[in-house]
Design a protein around this ligand. Structure first.
Ligand code: BG6
Length: 508
């Protein structure tokens, strides 16, 4: 049973002066006490991401001593059996040096399990009885299929569990189209006020993604050249070596467009393209991101053939091991035409970005895992030297967190020969090799503390769908089936054409 108490502490903090101040905060105080309820408690997201993140927060004394975690799912486990399962799965996710059994035992004291069917309203009355009358903040984390979001919200309301300050966290993708996203948002909005809804996109919790805002808005250096006239184009690439793992049933209905581009890549694009917010707070930051999404030039009808590339992986090798074609993956239809790769040429119709293409690509089973943003500057207007190469700024999110600026420099010795060199900042080294927080650690703390700056607002999600929907429809209308690419390659051949026809090249 989840314990009670600690509410006075919560009230003081909520109505007092404490607020997270954002990116530059060196240490955050202990978070307020809460009951964290995880729907989908036996799923991969809960066991691979959420519990390991909570374990780290516990280990680093970031959770209030009275914070409790309740995993909810249909499978009948005792508390002890669930804790054993959770320990096995967390141990596999957490670095060996960060995991020890003693710490796990003290973490497990917070961890309970409750058997329930989230589709059954009667089970929510049982849940309410189980929780009792705690006045602590409740956080409902919906690590479930989006099709359950509406039911869970209304069952919570009917059982009297949704009153303020309870918060709800929704995992992306929110719906599978604009219409379904609107329906989900309306149903959630009928129960939770917008400031209590946290639509998570874990890319926003990544350190380097937040560093992008620091780079742009805390350094005067870049602003004058961060625009058309100086920038030739931008590339945003999120390449994975993983296939669909155990998620075939979900993925086969989603595909790379809904799973990655509609959210993670568009969020990265927003951070590159947005204007400086007036303040670093939830409303100001999100207002600016929405403006970018609203300025995206629509891609519809036959444009999809020109401006998008869809791909699907066939059999190949990853790390020297044979891997099967996508359509032979577990729970995937053998005739599936779901894309596991997508690339899009995006234009932003506003003053700053007129005429500057943003090329986005993401895919599974590619040659290497990397997430990066490349800002390709224009060449100097008047060429003095024989050799010349336009500057590039590379912001790498993973595997290592790096920001590097490529400049031209004179080769030592006689004559005036130039070579490209790099100003290279490794963020882990710059901060004394401190362990980098996983995105979910940062975001879970923000939810507990009620800071929604790094979460997607309702209109933001809907604006992203408004732009994505016509592409999905265009693919459907013009039957643009995915181009095959072998697992372990760089993607379909047509990918190169998207840039080469404009005399550009993808970053290696
Ligand atoms: C998730 C997608 O949101 O992000 C997965 O659903 C994808 O398909 C994952 O593998 C990638 O996240 P990261 O942090 O490993 O780049």
């Amino acid at each position: 049973m989840i314990g009670q108490g600690g509410c006075s502490n919560f009230v003081v903090i909520l109505h007092g002066t404490y607020r997270r101040t954002g990116l530059t905060e060196p240490e955050s105080p202990l978070s307020i006490p809460c009951d964290m309820l995880v729907f989908g408690g036996t799923g991969d997201l809960a066991l691979h991401k959420l519990l390991p993140a909570l374990y780290h927060l516990h280990r680093d004394a970031r959770l209030h001593r009275d914070t409790r975690i309740l995993a909810l799912a249909r499978t009948s486990y005792s508390r002890e059996a669930y804790q054993n399962l959770a320990e096995r799965r967390c141990r596999a996710q957490v670095a060996r040096s960060d995991f020890n059994h003693e710490t796990w035992r003290s973490f497990a004291e917070r961890l309970d399990y409750f058997v329930m069917d989230a589709a059954q309203s009667a089970d929510f009355s049982k849940l309410a009885r189980h929780l009792g009358n705690s006045e602590r903040v409740r956080v409902y984390y919906l690590a479930t299929a989006p099709s359950l979001f509406q039911d869970i919200a209304s069952h919570l309301a009917n059982a009297g569990l949704a009153t303020a300050p309870a918060r709800i966290v929704l995992e992306k993708p929110i719906g599978h189209s604009l219409e379904s996203a609107r329906a989900i948002n309306a149903a959630i909005g009928a129960v939770f006020d917008e400031h209590r809804v946290f639509r998570i996109d874990h890319y926003l919790g990544k350190e380097t993604v937040q560093n992008l805002m620091a780079l742009r808005f805390a350094n005067a250096l870049f602003e004058p050249v961060w625009r058309a006239g100086y920038i030739d184009h931008v590339q945003i690439s999120v390449c994975e070596t993983l296939g669909v793992e155990n998620r075939g049933a979900y993925y086969d209905h989603a595909g790379a467009m809904r799973d990655m581009l509609q959210n993670h890549l568009l969020q990265l694009l927003c951070l590159v393209a947005m204007e400086a917010p007036v303040r670093f707070d939830a409303e100001s930051v999100r207002n600016e991101k929405v403006k970018v999404l609203e300025a995206l030039k629509p891609i519809s009808g036959l444009d999809v053939q020109d401006k998008t590339v869809r791909g699907q992986y066939t059999a190949g090798k990853i790390g020297g091991q044979d891997v099967p074609a996508y359509y032979f993956e577990k729970n995937v239809d053998n005739d599936s035409d779901t894309e596991t790769f997508v690339a899009v040429q995006v234009e932003i119709d506003n003053w700053r970005w007129a005429g500057v293409p943003f090329y986005l690509r993401t895919g599974k089973r590619l040659a290497r895992k990397t997430s990066e943003i490349l800002i390709q500057f224009k060449p100097v207007p008047h060429r003095l030297f024989a050799e010349g190469q336009a500057n590039q700024l590379l912001i790498r999110l993973q595997p290592e967190e790096r920001i590097s600026l490529q400049l031209m420099a004179k080769h030592p010795g006689k004559g005036m020969h130039l070579n490209p060199v790099e100003l290279d900042l490794n963020l882990a080294n710059a901060f004394n090799k401190q362990r980098r927080w996983d995105a979910y650690e940062r975001l879970l703390l923000d939810v507990i503390e009620g800071d929604s700056t790094l979460f997607m607002r309702r209109d933001e999600v809907e604006a992203a769908w408004s732009w994505v929907d016509p592409i999905l429809q265009g693919w459907h209308q013009h039957y643009q089936s995915p181009r095959p690419y072998p697992a372990g390659s760089d993607g379909p051949e047509q990918l190169q054409h998207l840039l080469e026809r404009h005399g550009r090249h993808w970053a290696e």
